[in-house]
Design a protein around this ligand. Structure first.
Ligand code: FEO
Length: 178
C-alpha cells in the first residue's frame, strides 16, 4: 500500500509529466510552423515519451492500491523568437523535472517507501539522458545559429530519431521502453 504523502507526490509528478508532454507538443507545433520538420519530429517523439513517463507513475500508484487524481495543466508557451529558444527551454525544463524526481526520491525515503526505489532509479537515469540530449542540441544549434544550411543539416539529423513504442496508453508498449 502506498502512503498518502507518496501518493500525493506521485500524482503531482503525473501532472509534471503531462505538462512535459504538452510542452514538447507545443514545441513540435512551433517547429512545423518554421518548416523544420525534423525538429518537430524529435519533439513529437519526446512528447510521446513524456506521456509514457506519466503512465509509469499512473500505473505505479494503481498497482499499489492508490487513487490517481489528475490536476489542471497550466497554459504553456506557444511561440519562440528563434529555433534555439525552444531547445534552451527544453533543457531548463528537464533540469526542473530532475529536481522534481529528486524531491520525490527524498519523500519516498522519508516514508520508508523502498518499493518505489526501482521506479525512481529508472527515472533518475532517464533524466541524465533527457538533460544530455537537450543540452547537446542547444550546443549544436548555438554553433550553427547564423547558418541556414547548418540549421537544415541539424534538422535532418534530428529527423532520424526513432521511437518504436506503440500507444503510450498501452502498458504493453511503455513497459518495453528502457
Ligand atoms: Fe519525463 Fe523529460 O522528463
Amino acid at each position: 500500500m502506498i502512503t498518502e504523502k507518496v501518493r500525493h507526490a506521485m500524482n503531482e509528478q503525473i501532472t509534471h509529466e503531462l505538462e512535459s508532454f504538452y510542452v514538447y507538443l507545443s514545441m513540435a507545433a512551433y517547429f512545423h510552423a518554421q518548416n523544420l520538420d525534423g525538429m518537430a519530429h524529435w519533439m513529437r517523439c519526446q512528447a510521446h515519451e513524456e506521456m509514457i513517463h506519466a503512465m509509469k507513475f499512473y500505473d505505479h500508484i494503481l498497482d499499489r492500491g492508490g487513487r490517481v487524481t489528475l490536476a489542471d495543466i497550466k497554459q504553456i508557451k506557444t511561440t519562440w523568437e528563434k529555433p534555439l529558444e525552444p531547445w534552451q527551454d527544453a533543457y531548463e525544463h528537464e533540469k526542473f523535472i530532475t529536481g522534481k524526481i529528486i524531491d520525490l526520491a527524498k519523500i519516498c525515503r522519508a516514508e520508508n517507501d523502498y518499493t518505489s526505489e526501482p521506479l525512481l532509479a529508472w527515472f533518475l537515469n532517464e533524466q541524465i539522458e533527457e538533460e544530455k540530449n537537450t543540452d547537446k542540441v542547444c550546443r549544436d544549434l548555438a554553433t550553427v545559429e547564423n547558418s541556414k544550411e547548418g540549421i537544415l543539416m541539424l534538422d535532418r539529423e534530428l529527423a532520424a530519431r526513432v521511437f518504436t513504442a506503440g500507444s503510450p496508453l498501452d502498458p504493453a508498449a511503455y513497459n518495453l521502453v528502457a
